[in-house]
Design a binder for this molecule. Sequence first.
Ligand code: GLT
Ligand code: MN
Ligand code: MN
Length: 386
Amino acid sequence: MYEPKAEHKFTFGLWTVSNVGRDPFGEATRATLPPVEAVRLLAEAGAWGVNLHDNDLVPIDASAAEQARIVREFKAALAETGLVVPMATTNLFSDPAFKDGAFTSNDAAVRAYALQKTMRAMDLGAELGATTYVFWGGREGVESDATKDPREALRRFREALNFLCAYSQDQGYGYRFALEAKPNEPRGDIYLPTTGAMLGFIATLDQPAMVGVNPEFAHESMAGLNFVHAVAQALDAGKLFHIDLNDQNGGRYDQDFRFGAHNYKQSFFLVKLLEDAGYAGPRHFDAHAYRTEDAAGVKDFARGCIRSYLILAEKARQWNADPEIQALLAEINAPASEGDLLAGDYSRSRAEALKAQPFDRARLGARGLGYERLDQLVFDLLMGAR
Ligand code: GLT
Ligand code: MN
Ligand code: MN
């Protein structure tokens, strides 16, 4: 019943299952998992694809010959397992060269290097078959606004994206770009901190149609925002090009927990939103196993992400088929005679009619809406009491 299928497009970042459990206070608790082994682990866990940063696969200082060998071996593992690479991205945050940002750095040499590194990583992604290219500007920010002009930073970021859109077209790669927001960490403040901010920024680019968003559950939650609403806005704008599924307990450090680990209710409404909307893109898990886990625990983690999604998708189907729930929803949305006043486009006569319409304000305010009963049914459904 909870078997993943190709149509679900479950993917993981190479960096997720390869996470070694290092944190700011402690060293690695797991051995490095070579990319080829990560691919095998993901195939066993039921994934459809694997996504990567350039340096998840090819070390930053690899020679051309080393890169060729690594890519050859990786492709062999893909062929052996049937996994695909639908998304690629650039590591523009680990190397000390990017300590003050990549595309928004004050140093023109760093900005130029970031463009070069991204073009090369786009070449690599295209070679592996990727069609989505993610931009997470982890270092694009500041600790102090004394150090960078925020309007200049936006201008630099825009110029870089415009250049790279043109590069993708010039090479015939057919990439769609997906911008990923995060409010902070590793910078004190990261520019364009929310999905909504990204959506506003996209409209200022040379080729907005090529660019959408990659919202992440943990990142929106760190900002205290409702992730389901952020994803809904992206869907409404036709801009949900990719999604980073994971979990997060409130406004803390970026926890990147296993999908479904913490916010059962939000996760349910997120899955219901994606399923009801017919979202057809990859369902990408950008999470990692607890630092307590060994290799077997990492596999449990990966399986858990997929299983939780499938269970919640089944719950969403149950919700849509439940007569009591659907009757309540029908009641909430029942057409009232006043609804006619809202039908159709603006006209002067419609405006006049609406202005003249009497409303029983006290009755509107006094009416109970039955949301307690409905919301309890969410709990009952999720806890298996239905
Ligand atoms: C990094 C970050 C993620 C981004 C990845 C893409 S890298 O792990 O925490 O949220 O999606 O660059
Ligand atoms: Mn992410
Ligand atoms: Mn994260």
